[in-house]
Write a protein of this length. Structure first.
Length: 386
């Protein structure tokens, strides 16, 4: 494999800015100069760990719920890789358990076949609260039971993230999932503070899209938001598009708890990386308006957001540093999902890299040391079964 050397930019390693970085056999070997087959001039830009997005509903014109296949996963990955996402969890919105099973088997096959970027699956429901359903189809909702726990614990390759409302199960259900290796997050929940804290104690380590579709912080009823802001350990996903959450609310959250416990997520829909800005979600026509996906009644229905734009928004809109944003976009999601070989630029790690210019626009993306396109969606691949 080509030996690469990156220079003439700011390379964000674990100890701060490095001057150079070398890659061999798809891994970072050190931060010193040395022999290389190709030298990449970063042109005073930034070299960061490749972005890791744990909530990707679709991209490239494909919605995972509609087409839970290997080809769909690959096409979604191609669309998002152009914007710096080198690892992702295809996300299934609340659906019947047979669809959940089909999606999980497709992810196993995709990982087994080496589809770039896919590291597992995010099952957002169907164990959610009707009171906080958002755009989810409440007819799909159900309580946790033994059959569901067995299914959610069945992924043979990759990592499983399950978003559930704590009130749709019990602390024992959560413990069983966690003991089986499932990462569990609270979301789409109307739980009160005490129920949420009990769910954290049972093993929930994340909160899906903080502020959105959850019981808010009230001065007499802290809810899921209050429990999360108080907690210093759970990871909280945030959609940074200026519409899902006001930047002021994001700044308040980030001043209340460690910034390395926040994850930048896109909650992206098929419109990312596609010229078509409408799609159908479980029978409802969704349109993009001012960069936001809206249902017929004006309900937010995911986003038209890519990780590079979310990264810029974190810096320019919320006011975090570039180094903090890099942790939120790569290091924190890697830690949250237990992806030990990525998320940080240090020797021995996978060479998943994104080059941003001085305006934080993507210029280059490398997956395991192999360069991909950046800033533009990949050419569509044919869709097939399986």
């Amino acid at each position: 494999m080509t030996r690469l050397r990156f220079t003439n930019g700011t390379i964000l390693g674990p100890r701060g800015a490095e001057q150079t970085l070398r890659v061999e056999e798809g891994r970072i070997v050190d931060a010193a100069s040395g022999d290389a087959d190709e030298t990449i001039d970063l042109e005073q830009g930034w070299l960061l760990p490749g972005f890791i997005d744990v909530q990707v509903n679709g991209g490239g014109g494909v919605l995972f719920n509609d087409t839970p296949t290997v080809d769909a996963i690959a096409r979604i990955g191609d669309a998002h890789r152009a914007f710096g996402t080198t690892s992702f969890l295809p996300t299934l919105i609340s659906d019947d358990l047979d669809v959940v099973d089909t999606a999980m088997r497709a992810v196993e096959q995709a990982i087994g076949e080496g589809v770039p970027g896919v590291v597992g699956i995010h099952l957002e429901g169907p164990f959610l609260s009707d009171a906080r359903k958002g755009t989810h189809d409440a007819s799909k909702f159900r309580r946790m039971d033994d059959r569901a726990i067995r299914l959610l614990s069945s992924l043979a390759l990759g990592r499983t993230l399950v978003t559930l409302a704590p009130e749709q199960g019990s602390p024992e259900d959560i413990r069983r999932l966690v003991e089986a290796g499932v990462v569990v997050a609270a979301g789409h929940s109307d739980a009160d503070y005490a129920t949420t804290k009990a769910a954290f104690a049972a093993g929930i380590t994340g909160v899906t899209h903080l502020y959105n579709a959850m019981s808010p912080l009230g001065h007499r009823a802290p809810g899921v938001v209050g429990a999360t802001l108080e907690d210093q350990q759970v990871y909280a996903g945030v959609i940074i598009d200026g519409r899902h959450v006001d930047p002021v609310a994001l700044r308040i959250a980030m001043n209340a708890r460690p910034r390395d416990r926040f994850l930048i997520v896109t909650d992206a829909m098929p419109t990312v990386g596609s010229a078509t800005k409408t799609f159908v979600l479980q029978g409802k026509t969704i349109r993009v308006e001012d960069g936001v996906c809206l249902g017929p009644d004006g309900t937010l229905a995911g986003s038209d957001l890519d990780m590079a734009t979310a990264f810029r928004n974190a810096v320019n809109m919320v006011g975090v540093t570039i180094a903090e944003a890099a942790v939120m976009a790569a290091g924190a999601p890697a830690a949250f999902m237990g992806l030990a070989d990525r998320g940080v630029l240090k020797p021995g790690m996978r060479a998943d890299l994104v080059w941003l210019d001085r305006d934080l626009m993507p210029r280059g993306v490398w997956t395991a040391g192999r360069r991909n396109g950046a800033g533009q969606p990949q050419a569509p691949r044919p869709m097939g079964g399986g």
